[in-house]
Design a protein around this ligand. Structure first.
Ligand code: AGP
Length: 361
């Protein structure tokens, strides 16, 4: 009954699911966060410790994928050591690496996930500076952490997290930019890129007919591998997670290079590869795809931000030269693919079987 009511409400609003509605909100979520946390003088109004010499990010599920996307960005752009760990593994570790100015960041949409909360409690006992990035003000994590960032995506009802993850990634980027500015570095170029993000995401959203056609292709396959390098590997993992949660297909994600070390053997003519390609990895990716095609001839779908690189049987072009935009663009594309695929496979993405919004023990 409740599910039927929910479905009617969503149909009234002209979305095919709550998940789709929440994905469509992403450009405005991003704009709102930039308006809240940045000023016209290119300042970032987040409260951070003055000294940070090492960062560890701990999280689960999609929030873990945020950690995995953000950590290499902290290293590359803020030049600060940064590690990341699954909350459930972190709590099992016998020792935790702590420096005099370590900052432990806990990322959680709900602020209540047991694994992440337990990890936070372990670190609290060690007298280390803690920060949370959460969508839930006054959640347990919010109240326990020394530094708090509200990811402010608005209530996320869909069990498959979408807009909350996009908001978490943007907040992480703002933290790294704040660290950069605390070191006296100019961040205006980065902020300009981020300010163009809402319009960029809007354009990708408007490419829905293309994404629907991609989903139609994908719906013929149940052996699916998603490939991406560096920051795009966790994006690929998130895409796989979204398809698992909404379509119950066992989709696997791999880094391009690592895929060639044996995993590639799962491919054949009846399998499908989704490849994420950007400026930095295009040559490497295209060479690997050639080899894959030669040896196994799977169907290949490319999500590419580089116009000349249309290496798939089907290509979704998410034009940009900026990695910080392409990360969000490829993520949004994969989220929409999962949502469309669920509809095609007659699954209700708003009610995935056996899953709960907050994983608590
Ligand atoms: C994502 O789509 C999931 N439903 C799930 O992996 C979720 O991200 C995870 O349980 C962590 O939740 P949190 O962000 O509320 O801590």
């Amino acid at each position: 009954m409740e599910e039927k009511k929910q479905k009617n409400k969503v149909q009234e609003l002209k979305y095919c699911s709550i998940m789709q509605k929440e994905i469509f909100e992403e450009p405005s979520v991003v704009k709102n966060l930039l308006d809240t946390y940045t000023t016209s003088k290119d300042e970032i109004t987040l409260n951070l410790p003055n000294k940070i010499d090492n960062i560890v990010i701990v999280a689960s599920g999609s929030s873990y994928n945020c950690a995995a996307i953000a950590a290499p960005l902290f290293i590359e752009y803020a030049e600060i050591p940064c590690e990341f760990e699954y909350s459930s593994e972190f709590v099992l570790q016998k020792k935790h690496f702590i420096t005099p100015d370590s900052l432990y960041i806990f990322v959680s949409q709900s602020g209540e996930t047991s694994d992440t909360l337990n990890a936070l409690k372990i670190i609290k006992e060690k007298n280390v500076k803690t920060m949370c990035i959460t969508n839930a003000k006054n959640s347990t994590m919010w109240n326990l952490c020394d530094y708090k960032i509200l990811s402010d995506a608005g209530e996320e009802k869909s069990i498959a997290s979408t807009k909350a993850l996009t908001a978490q990634i943007l907040c992480s980027i703002l933290v790294l930019l704040k660290i950069k500015s605390q070191k006296g570095e100019d961040i205006s170029g980065f902020l300009n890129t981020m300010r163009r993000l809402p319009a960029y995401l809007e354009r990708i959203k408007n490419d829905l007919p293309k994404i629907k056609s991609a989903a139609k292709e994908i719906s013929n396959f149940n052996n699916i591998s998603v490939l991406g390098n560096k920051n795009y590997y966790p994006v690929a993992k998130e895409g796989a997670l979204k398809i698992k949660e909404t379509c119950y297909l066992n989709v696997m994600a791999y880094p391009f290079g690592e895929f060639m070390h044996g995993h590639v053997a799962v491919l054949n003519q009846k399998s499908l590869v989704i490849a994420i390609i950007d400026e930095e990895n295009s040559e490497f990716a295209v060479n690997n795809l050639k080899k894959i095609r030669q040896d196994y001839n799977p169907k290949i779908i490319c999500i590419t931000s580089v116009q000349d690189v249309q290496a798939g049987d089907f290509n979704i072009y998410i034009k940009t030269k900026r990695k910080l935009k392409a990360i969000f663009g490829s993520l949004l594309t994969l989220q929409l693919i999962a949502c469309e695929l669920a509809a095609l496979l007659d699954k209700n993405p708003d009610n995935p079987k056996g899953l709960k919004k907050v994983v608590k023990y």
